[in-house]
Design a protein around this ligand. Structure first.
Ligand code: TRP
Length: 324
């Protein structure tokens, strides 16, 4: 059975863009493949953060994933920091990485610019090396990633090849999984940008209150034309709302345009709000029921399963690199 590994950083709440772009696919994968779903808490430390917040975010994110349908009987859900093997492998791989190639990563360049004033930590330079270790320590076949992570995946493949060449064949070369049907969900208040927690006004958090969801949908940016038509270049706001409605209803764009012919933008917004609440209602009620101690138990169980695989591989790697 193919093994899938993916990671998600505990840096904020799950939003509609995360769900449609990533989690929905995972729910299908867990039925067919062996899924390792990692809460990337070590990666979350690469930019300034508050310790208490990080701890809460890990619980909150895990709870959200469980409520949305990640099934711990099917998927291994675990915390990155629970498995020390990632850090050993990260070290071995970092000794095989060139500083220049790490400095050329887009994400490194972006973060370096972003934290220019306070100075950027070396963790951000090693970020993709740790990510490579996350993947390789499990010998994952497939790694579902967004477009922005493709470069990191390329580096993971390169480091796997380099390690194999230096120490003998050890790692599978992982493939990126990229769903061509996934449409980007844009920010509700600025449809030129991707929906993201860094733009809170335009970000539809799945477990927000009904009032907040309604307000954000009704405040979303449209245009002055008053025609509900899909045209991402000329009507980016309305087109984004149409795409959201399409996912919530499984209707085609044509069907949606017909449904709203002659109607107002607010009619579309009202319908999106109602469908959103309906679509996530069972996840909402599961979310209310899951207790923190259940989350901790599930992460503990995930740790045991992940650790076994990672430690077995690490023991082999220790021999290959000359430490045992
Ligand atoms: N860097 C990824 C992101 O920000 C998260 C991540 C960490 C990851 N380790 C990973 C994704 C390993 C895939 C595989 O989205």
């Amino acid at each position: 059975m193919k093994r899938i590994l993916t990671g998600i950083k505990p840096t904020g709440k799950i939003h509609l863009g995360n769900y449609l772009g990533f989690i929905k696919d995972l729910l299908i994968f867990q039925k067919r493949y062996e899924v390792f779903l990692m809460i990337a808490d070590l990666h979350a430390q690469t930019i300034p953060y508050q310790p208490k917040e990080l701890k809460n975010n890990v619980i909150e994110l895990t709870k959200s994933l469980l409520a949305l349908g990640v099934d711990p009987r099917q998927s291994i859900i675990f915390k990155q920091s629970d498995i020390s093997a990632h850090l050993y492998l990260c070290w071995f791989l970092s000794c095989l990485s060139y500083i220049g190639e790490l400095e050329r990563m887009h994400e490194f360049k972006e973060q370096k610019e972003r934290f220019k004033k306070i100075g950027v930590g070396a963790g951000i330079l090693l970020y993709p090396v740790l990510q490579a270790a996350d993947i390789l320590i499990y010998n994952a076949d497939l790694v579902p990633v967004g477009k922005d992570q493709i470069q990191h995946l390329e580096l993971a493949r390169e480091l796997a090849r380099r390690f194999n060449q230096r120490f003998g064949k050890t790692f599978k070369i992982p493939e990126a999984y990229f769903n061509p049907e996934t449409e980007k969900i844009m920010s509700l208040d600025d449809p030129s940008k991707k929906m993201s927690k860094s733009l809170p006004e335009g970000c539809l958090e799945i477990f927000a209150s009904a009032k907040e969801i309604k307000d954000k949908i009704f405040r979303s940016v449209t245009d002055s034309e008053k025609i509900i038509k899909y045209d991402p270049l000329k009507k980016p706001g309305i087109s984004n709302l149409i795409i959201i409605y399409k996912h919530l209803t499984n209707k085609s764009i044509d069907e949606i345009e017909n449904e709203f012919r002659g109607l107002m933008y607010n009619d579309l917004k009202e319908k999106i709000y109602l469908k959103f609440i309906q679509y996530f209602s069972s996840a909402q009620s599961r979310y209310q029921q899951i207790k923190e101690k259940d989350v901790i138990t599930i992460l503990e169980q995930g740790k045991k399963k992940a650790e076994k695989v990672a430690q077995d591989n690490l023991a082999k790697i220790f021999k290959l690199v000359g430490l045992k």
